[in-house]
Design a protein around this ligand. Structure first.
Ligand code: GRF
Length: 209
């Protein structure tokens, strides 16, 4: 059984692109059946088009509440019949209207280690903490069981060192590379387990880069 992934992304889409490449080349046994974005100008849309993946833009309507938006988004995502939803740079906090309504596992990528730097600008915040002694950060991939921000059962982590001579751009590049490698590795394992009807809550080995 091939896993049907649906990717939600708000920005440039480098993680989504890594996932789409890996499904196309068979590294991940699955298919990205749709990419959703809340942002009509997101780079991820172009990346999906170049992979011939169907895209949907679901923009927030004026005066639409968070719950109303999530209910509408959930209905549209469900119509694509996902087995797993992947948040790859989805820059909206999801409410229970989506999380409870979608009925399939949701997996998120966070550019921080478990319990660290939840929310936006985690890479910049980690880098700025170098001044106070931080020498590494990392990335994690985790399940999204509830409305917590960047929390949930961890499926994989990867530690990324902050070099003394790093610029922010250098650190960002390594963090993004780590994200791309980790999400592909985790989804490859998840898809294998899914195909064998095994539960997906099995941590992968953390890798150090
Ligand atoms: C990634 O760092 C992701 O972890 C964070 O936002 C960034 C999105 O990058 N939530 P991209 O759109 O996948 O290139």
């Amino acid at each position: 059984m091939t896993v049907r992934f649906v990717v939600l992304a708000s920005g440039r889409g480098s993680n989504a692109a890594a996932i789409m490449t890996a499904t196309r080349t068979g590294v991940i046994q699955g298919e990205v059946v749709a990419v959703f974005s809340n942002n009509p100008t997101a780079g991820v849309l172009e990346k999906a088009h170049s992979e011939s993946v169907v895209t949907h833009v679901v923009s927030l309507q004026p005066s639409e509440s968070r719950l109303e938006y999530d209910t509408r988004l959930c209905e549209q995502v469900r119509q694509t019949r996902p087995d797993i939803v992947v948040l790859a740079g989805w820059m909206r906090i999801l409410t229970h209207a989506f999380i409870d309504g979608i009925g399939v596992p949701i997996i998120n990528i966070h550019p921080g280690l478990p319990g660290e730097l939840p929310g936006t600008n985690a890479i910049e915040r980690a880098f700025s903490e170098r001044e106070t002694g931080r020498s590494y950060s990392g990335v994690m991939v985790h399940l999204v069981p509830d409305v917590g921000v960047d929390t949930g059962p961890v499926l994989g982590t990867s530690v990324v060192q902050i070099g003394q001579n790093d610029t922010l751009a250098m650190f960002e590049d390594r963090m993004h590379t780590a994200e791309h490698e980790l999400i592909v590795s985790v989804l490859a394992q998840v898809s294998t387990r899914f195909s064998n009807s095994q539960p997906i809550e099995k941590p992968t080995q953390g890798e150090k880069i």
